[in-house]
Design a protein around this ligand. Structure first.
Ligand SMILES: [Zn+2]
Length: 380
């Protein structure tokens, strides 16, 4: 054990387990700078008796303050959810904290394949192997098991090192160097030291996305990955799947809250601050998407009816409309530089509506299917 760790371990008893009357301390090794103008998140925060957040130290435009990784449990063996991007400083802080408090990571649960969530897997395994080699053989030392949802085209390899697989390219650098993971099934419950985590396959943001449902004597909570964030809104690959996933998350959270009870269940997001009212936030996300859908259908309708004005007077009604015309109609208050990003969102909504048979497209132009009566319009 290096000297720094010996000194740190001696102080470990000074670290108090938080209770209801003794609120969790904010452990700060140093303050994290925010490159994004978002509220700061300390590098390490004890959030509850069961959950500690370690910031991935990879702030940026898409990662907000950086990726949140979570240590779960309060015994000698704990679980880590997500691994950040692979920043060396993150791994040093994580190792220092584990030595200070006195625990080892027995399992790493991945929410989804994006690089800012799986990028640290390789270093975590390397560090664990180094620690194991330094120890006496009878002292053990744990190499964590990596868990992740398994897509059909992914190979769960039996032995490490794993030869790079062509379709693992999308898993980023860590996959190129090879690491094995254990496939987790939808609804599977993983039991650990005094708590369990149940995986729910919730695609949309990413095809392999899992949220994890924590159940322990002290706490029930959800780890939402990137499906719901602590601030702003998230991006998605498939809106229909994404909304189905949000509905599923809302059901799980509502069940835990109990019928008629006001008990709020926390959501720990992949980026941003803790969400105290998890169910309320998920419903807010669903409401936001439904609102956007109504606006897009409304724009198509106005175009059909010749009610859209572009400053040069009303345009004649048209049977079908291009994506950018919808964007210009709905986002006229926003600078044109944002219209490209807005168009992507509009296309995802139109794709969902097309799958539901509510719109159809031809040569890149979109139109509502059939005639929508006033009564039906009100229900949209
Ligand atoms: Zn992501």
């Amino acid at each position: 054990m290096p000297m720094a760790f010996v000194a740190a371990a001696a102080n470990a008893t000074a670290f108090q387990t938080p209770t209801a009357t003794n609120p969790p301390p904010q452990v700060r090794f140093s303050s994290s700078s925010s490159a994004t103008g978002t509220a700061q998140i300390p590098e390490i925060s004890v959030l509850s008796p069961m959950v500690t957040r370690v910031l991935g130290l990879n702030p940026g435009k898409f990662t907000l303050q950086g990726t949140n990784t979570y240590i779960i449990g309060n015994g000698a063996r704990r679980v880590l959810i997500d691994t950040g991007e692979g920043q060396e400083e993150y791994h040093e802080k994580l190792a220092k904290y584990a030595a200070l408090v006195g625990f080892e990571i027995e399992a790493v649960l991945i929410t989804h394949w994006h690089g800012d969530h799986v990028g640290g897997v390789r270093k975590i395994l390397e560090h664990a192997e180094e620690r194991q080699q330094r120890k006496n053989p009878d002292e053990g030392g744990i190499i964590p098991t990596i868990y992740k949802y398994r897509l059909d085209d992914e190979v769960v390899a039996g032995l490490r090192p794993v030869e790079p697989q062509p379709h693992w390219e999308k898993l980023g650098e860590s996959a190129k160097h090879g690491w094995q993971f254990v496939g987790v099934a939808d609804g599977e419950r993983l039991d650990f030291d005094g708590f369990s985590l149940t995986a729910h396959h919730t695609p949309g943001h990413a095809a392999d996305h899992l949220v994890y449902w924590l159940e322990g004597p002290e706490e029930t909570a959800m780890f939402s990955g990137d499906n719901v964030l602590g601030e702003g809104s998230t991006v998605f690959e498939d809106l229909g799947e994404y909304l189905d996933s949000l509905e599923r998350m809302a059901r799980v959270l509502a069940r835990a809250g109990g019928s008629g009870s006001n008990r709020r269940v926390r959501v720990y997001p992949g980026h941003g601050h803790v969400i105290e009212d998890g169910h309320g936030k998920v419903r807010e996300y669903i409401g936001h998407r439904e609102q956007r859908e109504r606006e897009i259908v409304g724009s198509l309708r106005r175009h059909h009816q010749g009610q859209v004005s572009y400053g040069d007077g009303l345009r004649d009604g048209v049977s079908s409309v291009g994506v950018m015309e919808i964007v210009e109609d709905l986002y006229r208050a926003y600078p044109a530089t944002l219209h490209g990003a807005a168009a992507r969102g509009v296309v995802l909504h139109l794709t969902k509506l097309e799958r539901e048979g509510r719109v159809e497209s031809e040569h890149g132009k979109w139109r509502l299917v059939g005639e929508i009566g006033e009564e039906e319009w009100c229900k949209l």
